[in-house]
Ligand binder design. Structure first.
Ligand code: FAD
Length: 309
């Protein structure tokens, strides 16, 4: 089976999430990569060094400069004439691209897989992770997204794939890039951070969120996350959200501050290696998954903890 893996990148380097997608694709057989962009030589070189990869297809064209899914989907569809599966990490960008590819190929997308059980058989979480479904596809060509935390990442170095230029499929003229506002942060990225400090509704407002959660995160070299309640109330930006409808994370340490532990939040972080919960309610559901629990007022505990670190 020949699999094409979508390489997500920032124009210079391959994003970490791609390595997990390659890890999953290697379980299906031969792995090729697709690098689409403009001036992406360095990305293609980096992609070719990923262990286990046979070939890197590079589409270097102005139509792909801003990663518009509308332009990249036809390119993937054309390359799928010679591949059996298209695999991408379950990132925001890939969630924009993959359903378009699946629709154009007239196949059903298999989303957010947790394991590869066979060429056609995969597992995926349902009911916010409370049950695992085993799904079998009868589609000849597959479109699959991969939960990054469920697969071992392929090694970023050690491979020597061939690099092959592919012809562009052009600008489809249905979407135009206008502007991008990229959040700049010195903190680690949420989905690849080793430590995450997340804040919930209990923080009461954005000022408290900045004043309490961020200094603790910075002392620990951690990424900052938030519950949906904190995001909806405007204490933290949308891309901080952890959970069923946010990001799925599995760091070494997850510190939940003033978060009750609703199943939709747990769905995004319960695979973390060590979970620390700070909550004033000793019956809060978060304590059922926590390895270390601190019952008390976060407005007292967090400054004390930050001060002692
Ligand atoms: P609350 O549930 O209000 O909990 C606040 C906690 O803080 C309480 O446990 C309280 O005891 C504690 N507390 C209060 N004051 C203090 C204090 N001074 N010191 C210490 N502790 C204190 N939620 C997500 O997080 N992520 C998702 O992706 C997500 N997706 C959803 C999808 C759907 C379809 C639905 C229906 C819901 C989703 N939710 C999600 C929302 C989820 O159900 C909860 O409403 C949300 O997680 C609650 O956020 P919270 O824990 O911050 O707030």
């Amino acid at each position: 089976m020949k699999t094409l893996v979508w390489v997500e990148h920032d124009g210079k380097t391959v994003k970490d999430a791609t390595l997990a997608a390659v890890g999953a694709a290697l379980k299906l057989g031969e792995v090729h990569l697709l690098v689409a962009g403009q001036g992406v030589d360095a990305v293609a070189q980096g992609a070719a060094r990923i262990a286990g990869v046979g070939k890197v297809h590079v589409a270097d064209d102005a139509a792909y400069a801003y990663q518009l899914a509308e332009n990249i989907a036809p390119l993937v569809v054309r390359l799928m004439e010679e591949h059996d599966a298209f695999v991408a990490a379950s990132t925001t960008t890939a969630k924009n691209l993959c359903p378009r590819v699946a629709a154009m190929l007239d196949v059903m997308q298999i989303s957010d897989i947790l394991s590869v059980e066979g060429e056609d058989v995969f597992t995926r979480a349902i009911y916010a992770g409370n049950a695992i479904a085993t799904v079998r596809t009868s589609d000849a060509r597959k479109v699959i997204t991969v939960r990054g935390t469920a697969f071992e990442k392929a090694a970023a170095e050690g491979g020597s794939a061939t690099i092959e230029a592919v012809a562009a499929t052009g600008d489809q003229g249905v979407a135009t890039f206008v502007d991008a506002e990229i959040a700049q942060s010195a903190r680690p990225e949420l989905t690849s951070a080793k430590i995450i400090v997340s804040g919930g509704r209990a923080l009461q407002n954005g000022d408290n969120f900045h004043a309490l959660i961020e200094p603790l995160a910075d002392k620990l070299g951690a990424a900052v996350g938030a519950s949906r309640a904190a995001v909806d109330a405007g204490y933290a930006p949308n891309d901080y959200q952890v959970g069923q409808t946010g990001k799925i994370v599995a760091p070494e340490v997850y510190i939940a501050v003033g978060i009750s532990g609703a199943i939709q939040h747990l769905a995004g972080m319960k695979d973390s290696k060590t979970i620390v919960a700070i909550n004033k309610d000793e019956d809060a559901p978060i304590f059922q998954v926590a390895d270390i629990g601190l019952v008390g007022d976060l407005f007292k505990i967090v400054p004390e903890l930050t001060g002692k670190l």
